[in-house]
Design a protein around this ligand. Structure first.
Ligand code: FAD
Length: 307
């Protein structure tokens, strides 16, 4: 109930204005977001790579309805990639991109524009020797994201995809993508989805996650285990079996279970942190609140104590 209310609020402009204008929101936002500009993103990347973690950076923004804004997002990724290169982090930091931030939601030719914009980001990433992973948004966009992935992979075979275990289709998508050279980030899924397409019970989502992990770990691709759930992490390590440590990786979100992130990295695994930055933090932040009731309590407490 609380989860669906928060996820509905994540897409409401009224709620957005209210949350963004509350001065006390900021300390809670800062737990999940590296900062508003590229300098903050580079600083946070430096701190993470210093203790052995790797990074995927997300220039925040989604559901853009303005072609200029989509262009500005491509430019922001260009600047970010060049700054990562200059700082010497390009071998340990890649970028994550939401197609709706680079034009997919535009009324005319949205998918075509998003593909071209994603291509520009991939070229910039290739130029500095790093990779791009396409984030997955709500289920109405899954086919279109996988179509764009296929197109991009013709020129950039290293482009990665995200699959969401809460979708009933995902086990089959894992089979389709478990081929050599294919980078797949498996997460549980963060959007509000109907029962017609998505498992609703947490236990069913977890079982699906394990089935998907089995397919990816048994395949020839490169599984990216994106979860903070200790059980999923233990099962993934077990299923990895004789895979070399550089044959898969663990991933977590910035600000969530940082001590566990350090422990996994110290054990010799690749531990990649998803690092969002920028001023369009609202949708991302609300999805993080929805994932865990304790975050809402923390948020409300901060309003009371700071106020
Ligand atoms: C690298 C990465 C990329 C992602 N990309 C996408 C994407 O493209 N599309 C998409 O739909 N989703 C994405 N997600 C989000 C994902 O779908 C889940 O919503 C999120 O990771 C929580 O699921 P979980 O596997 O951690 O398990 P859960 O069962 O939700 O959580 C397990 C435990 O992790 C901790 N935890 C989880 N979430 C939080 C939180 N917000 N705050 C504090 N503690 C928390 C708690 O201790 C919790 O008990 C991504 C997640 C990661 C790690």
């Amino acid at each position: 109930m609380l989860r669906s209310t928060l996820l509905a609020a994540a897409r409401s402009t009224g709620a957005r204005k209210l949350v963004e204008s509350t001065p006390f929101t900021r300390p809670v936002v800062d737990r999940f977001i590296a900062g508003e500009d590229v300098d903050a993103a580079i600083r946070a990347t430096g701190a993470l790579v210093a203790d052995g973690r790797t990074v995927t950076l997300d220039h925040l923004g989604e559901d853009t309805l303005d072609a200029e804004q989509a262009d500005a997002t491509v430019a922001a990724y260009g600047e970010l990639l060049s700054r990562l290169d200059t700082a010497g982090y390009a071998d340990r930091a890649e970028v994550s991109v939401k197609l709706s931030a680079v034009g997919r939601s535009l009324a005319e030719d949205g998918e075509k524009i998003a593909l071209e914009n994603a291509r520009r980001i991939c070229s910039a990433a290739e130029a500095v020797g790093t990779t791009v992973t396409l984030d997955m948004e709500d289920h109405t966009t899954t086919d279109s994201t996988l179509d764009v992935l296929r197109e991009l992979r013709v020129d950039f075979p290293w482009v990665g995809a995200v699959l969401q275990a809460y979708l009933k289709r995902t086990e089959q998508d894992c089979r389709d993508l478990a081929h050599a050279g294919s980078r797949v980030r498996l997460c549980k899924g963060a959007y509000q989805e109907p029962a017609s397409v998505a498992f609703q019970d947490k236990a069913d989502v977890d079982l699906s996650y394990v089935r998907c992990l089995k397919v990816l770990m048994a395949g020839e691709g490169y599984p990216m285990v994106a979860s903070h759930d200790p059980r999923m992490i233990a099962i993934a390590a077990d299923l990895a079996g004789t895979r070399p440590l550089d044959g898969y990786e663990f991933q977590m979100l910035y600000g969530i279970r940082p001590e566990e992130q350090k422990r996994i990295a110290a054990a010799g695994n690749t531990m990649r942190v998803y690092l969002p930055y920028g001023d369009e933090w609202y949708g991302y932040f609300m999805r993080r609140l929805a994932e865990r009731p304790a975050n809402v309590a923390f948020f409300l407490r901060s309003l009371v104590t700071t106020g």
